[in-house]
Design a protein around this ligand. Structure first.
Ligand SMILES: Cc1ncc(COP(=O)(O)O)c(C=O)c1O
Length: 396
């Protein structure tokens, strides 16, 4: 496999394994187990399985392995472990490396379930977590300690799209010996250079842009071979967070078209943001790809200028305004995934971030009027017309 290929080539050919039939499209090895030629071979494989030797699908499977190797190649990581969902990846990566007494520093602006793991699960097992404003390097500096084992953040936060400086935070974290764990969902594997920029561990919910068509759950943890095989695999193979071979196949096929989809969706998101910026029905429009966005300089250096496929709209009139807007949409569907070919509108305060208190939501900028819009593959002119009509309806 050529390591010098660019991302688009890796996304099509990376990790391919062909059976004796030399099929073009990747085979689905829908099997949980593997047969050994004899008892000695079984014993030897349990002592040390080779790269192309499998034992049980909770540990690994050829279709899953193709997905792991393909995404590792395009992300520039040494290895990956695929998981049943994005949350299994976040939980697996953190639980595999942490133990009671460890300290973690995390950005505060997180997807509700990520926050739950940091705030409610890790702390239950004796891990101390300090939350900071991830955009403020002084807060990271003040929170990091010699016993800080890991830092965690979403490189672009859900749903307020704060962009975190991977290079600067990694430098601070590495100075105290902490491992940098980045949930990179909103940045997408297409625009990411997270490992090059200093991240040690990169996590994706494959449910989003990698599938990209709303079909299957999945996740991936990417990092060094030592971390993946020495730390993550022992934890996940015994606790059972493996990706199913069928879902791995869906993700493999998703990777082949991901770059075309995500680039088209990001271009459309920018057009929509430019068309709606300053609209009288909006309190705020958040899109990091806009030149007027406070962190646009970081978007230029960290993401090659692409602001991602999601924008957030704060509708005047609070929850009533937001609901009137949602109910007037005719193209985007009301749902809660993102990165899909279909545009999806979400009201975080009553769905993905409902569990938080009013004070927590206020601190994160999740106002009652906020709508997260994941831009799909529809014609951007149609989307703009539909969004403008729904904005007008929201104020009537
Ligand atoms: C930033 C972020 N991380 C993780 C996840 C979880 O992914 P999954 O739904 O595949 O478990 C999500 C899902 O919305 C997300 O937005």
């Amino acid at each position: 496999m050529s390591k010098s290929w660019n991302k688009r080539t890796q996304a099509v050919h990376g990790g391919i394994r062909r059976s004796q039939y030399s099929e073009v499209s990747e085979a689905i090895f829908l099997t949980q187990g593997f047969v050994y030629d004899n008892a000695e071979q079984a014993e030897a494989r349990f002592i040390q399985a080779g790269d192309d030797e499998f034992i049980y699908a909770r540990y690994g499977n050829p279709t899953v392995r193709m997905f792991e190797e393909r995404i590792a190649a395009l992300e520039g990581a040494e290895d990956g472990f695929a998981t049943a969902s994005g949350m299994a990846a976040v939980n697996g990566a953190l639980c595999a490396m942490l133990q009671a007494g460890d300290h973690v520093v995390s950005a505060r602006a997180l997807f509700g379930s990520c926050l739950y793991i940091l705030e409610n699960i890790l702390t239950r097992y004796g891990v101390e977590v300090t939350f900071v404003d991830g955009t403020d390097l002084e807060q990271w500096k003040a929170a990091l300690r010699p016993d800080t084992k890991a830092v965690f953040f979403e490189s672009m936060s859900n749903p307020t799209l704060e962009v975190i400086d991977i290079e600067a935070v990694s430098e601070l974290a590495h100075a105290v010996g902490a491992t940098v764990v980045v949930d990179n969902v909103f940045s997408t594997p297409v625009f990411s250079r997270a490992i090059e920029q200093g991240a040690d561990v990169v996590i994706y919910s494959a449910t989003k842009h990698i599938d990209g068509q709303g079909r299957a759950l999945g996740g991936i943890i990417l990092g060094t071979r030592d971390f993946i095989r020495g730390t993550v695999e022992p934890y996940l193979k015994h606790t059972g967070g493996a990706l199913s071979p069928f879902n791995a196949w869906v993700m493999l096929k998703g990777l082949e078209t991901m770059s075309l989809r995500v680039n088209a969706q990001a271009d459309s998101a920018l057009k929509i943001a430019e068309a709606l910026e300053g609209h009288s029905a909006l309190e705020r429009l958040l899109y990091p790809g806009l030149k007027t966005h406070a962190q646009n300089a970081l978007v230029q250096s960290q993401l090659g200028g692409k602001g991602g496929t999601v924008l957030s709209l704060d509708i005047r009139g609070g929850k009533d305004g937001a609901f009137a807007f949602l109910n007037a949409l005719t193209i985007p569907v009301i749902s809660n995934n993102l990165g899909d070919a279909k545009s999806i509108a979400t009201h975080p305060a009553t769905t993905t971030h409902q569990r938080l208190s009013d004070d927590q939501r206020t601190a994160l900028g999740i106002t009652p009027g906020l709508i997260r819009l994941s831009v799909g593959l529809e014609d951007s002119e149609d989307l703009i017309a539909d969004l403008q009509a729904a904005l007008a309806a929201s104020q009537s």
